[in-house]
Design a protein around this ligand. Structure first.
Ligand code: 4AD
Length: 433
């Protein structure tokens, strides 16, 4: 007997196979039991017809409880296109592996806190399964894109001695008597790696002790951070828009069923193609004022309502470029045409999903960077000495950016809250499970 997974049904039409699965759901009449199977690879209906099977098999199928694990044997049949899978299993035999008693997540509605408390089980649901498949596809497409573009994957450290994104959001830890921090960006290390390997990207966990309780903030999230030597700001923006278009297209091609299950408006994703609009910060402020926002002034960062208003004026992700130097980190390169501004951009996703990318050209002048580090009150002699040295031995123009994976998953999937975009979210009030 061949053991296959549900995703392989299409290759086994008419054949008798065995599948290891859980019972996701069940309904039955006096004559037929319909079992909703899930095995991780997919969901499929199994049909047990009373007239065709032994009496005890039909009784087992009728009585089997939600999330019981089973070996099911049967014949793969077309379901006439009734489901996206296109096939179902006509059961000839079934054996219980382990029973499931009183599974807490039933097919009826549950509150968010209850579901979050049961995240270890909630992940099994159809919707969560679909979101994790989209997440996986975005990661897969990311590696594919950067490999095609000639990038090298580099893994920066997670325990660090520096805090490039500001010291207010740090998780401090004791490193054998010396303070150390969980990484809030791999950028500085990626800059060193770019000087060695040219074009590099990282993908890793990022920690921000932000006291923000919004639908866009996680305490622990995953960031993709490309860094490119011999790249100016405009070249970086060109790369960013090609990258985002590429992963959106990959999700549409390879996760169409999942996106449909999630109720995603696919026409919105189909529009996501480079080039993306580029709006200067000054013009964005002007636009917001014209839209009636009187809670924002030149020199302020945007809040969620501002980002949403900007996004709603476009069908595509929008770059906000050339921000005031004073509200951006010390490492950004000053605009040669205006020393008040830096060569940077945030990419705002459409439909109110907020900022998904932050990036910039990096300051490559030794003296200017040293001055910024000192001005910022950072320690140029210890934590940042090696970073400064990158400007001492053959400094080159270079740029990079960070894309937040979970915000991107939320946008592509069309889900309301970022907590569903990561398997086990760490939030202000939650570290369990
Ligand atoms: O704009 P950020 O802070 O940029 C950096 O950390 C740069 N050093 C990256 C670089 O240039 N290599 O963060 C980048 C992205 C944001 O656009 C957002 O998508 C995501 O990381 N992000 C968060 N996602 C979830 N929860 C949070 N608390 C986040 N903070 C940032």
């Amino acid at each position: 007997m061949t053991t296959i997974s549900i995703s392989q049904f299409k290759d086994y039409e008419g054949q008798t196979v065995r599948v290891g699965a859980w019972i996701a759901n069940k309904r039955s009449s006096g004559k037929i039991a319909f079992l909703q199977l899930r095995d991780g690879s997919g969901f499929a209906q199994a049909v047990v017809v009373k007239a065709d099977v032994a009496e005890d098999l039909f009784a087992l199928a009728k009585g089997v409880t939600q999330e019981t694990s089973v070996w099911v044997t049967g014949t793969v049949k077309s379901d006439g296109g009734r489901t996206p899978l296109g096939f179902e299993l006509e059961v000839t035999d079934m054996e219980v592996i382990a029973e499931s008693v009183d599974y807490p997540i039933t097919p009826k509605e549950h509150g968010t806190e209850f579901l979050m408390d049961n995240r270890h089980l909630w992940l099994r649901s159809r919707r969560q399964h679909a979101i994790m498949k989209v997440r996986n596809e975005l990661i897969r497409a990311t590696y594919e894109f950067y490999n095609q573009e000639g990038f090298v994957k580099i893994d920066p450290p997670i325990i660090t001695s520096s805090a490039p994104e500001g010291t207010t959001e740090l998780f401090e830890t004791d490193y054998f008597g010396q303070p150390a921090y969980l990484s809030q960006t791999g950028q500085l290390y990626m800059e060193a790696a770019a000087m060695a390997l040219g074009k590099v990207f990282s993908f890793g966990p990022t920690f921000r002790a932000e006291k923000s309780k919004t639908r866009r903030h996680l305490i622990e999230f995953w960031m993709i951070e490309p860094e490119m030597a011999f790249f100016d700001h405009d070249m970086s923006l060109d790369l960013q828009e090609r990258y985002v278009s590429y992963i959106a297209k990959s999700a549409l091609e390879n996760c169409r069923n999942e996106l449909e299950l999630l109720g995603r408006d696919l026409s919105k994703l189909e529009k996501v193609q480079a080039p993306f609009p580029r709006v200067r910060y000054t013009n964005a402020i002007k636009f917001l004022k014209e839209e009636g926002f009187d809670d924002i002034e030149y020199g302020d960062d945007f809040g969620a309502p501002h980002e949403t208003a900007i996004a709603n004026a476009h069908d595509l992700p929008v770059f906000i470029t050339h921000w005031p130097k004073e509200i951006k980190p010390f490492y950004m390169k000053v605009d040669p045409e205006n020393p008040e501004l830096v060569l940077c951009a945030d990419l705002i996703a459409p439909e109110g999903y907020g900022e998904i990318i932050g990036g910039s050209q990096r300051e490559d002048d030794y003296d200017r960077l040293k001055e910024e580090i000192i001005k910022e009150g950072l320690d140029e002699t210890d934590a940042y000495d090696w970073y400064l040295e990158l400007r001492k031995y053959g400094s080159v123009p270079h740029s990079g950016f960070g894309l937040g994976l979970e915000r991107t998953v939320a946008w592509i999937s069309g889900i309301e809250h970022i907590r569903e975009a990561i398997p086990f979210p760490r939030l202000l009030n939650r570290i369990h499970p």
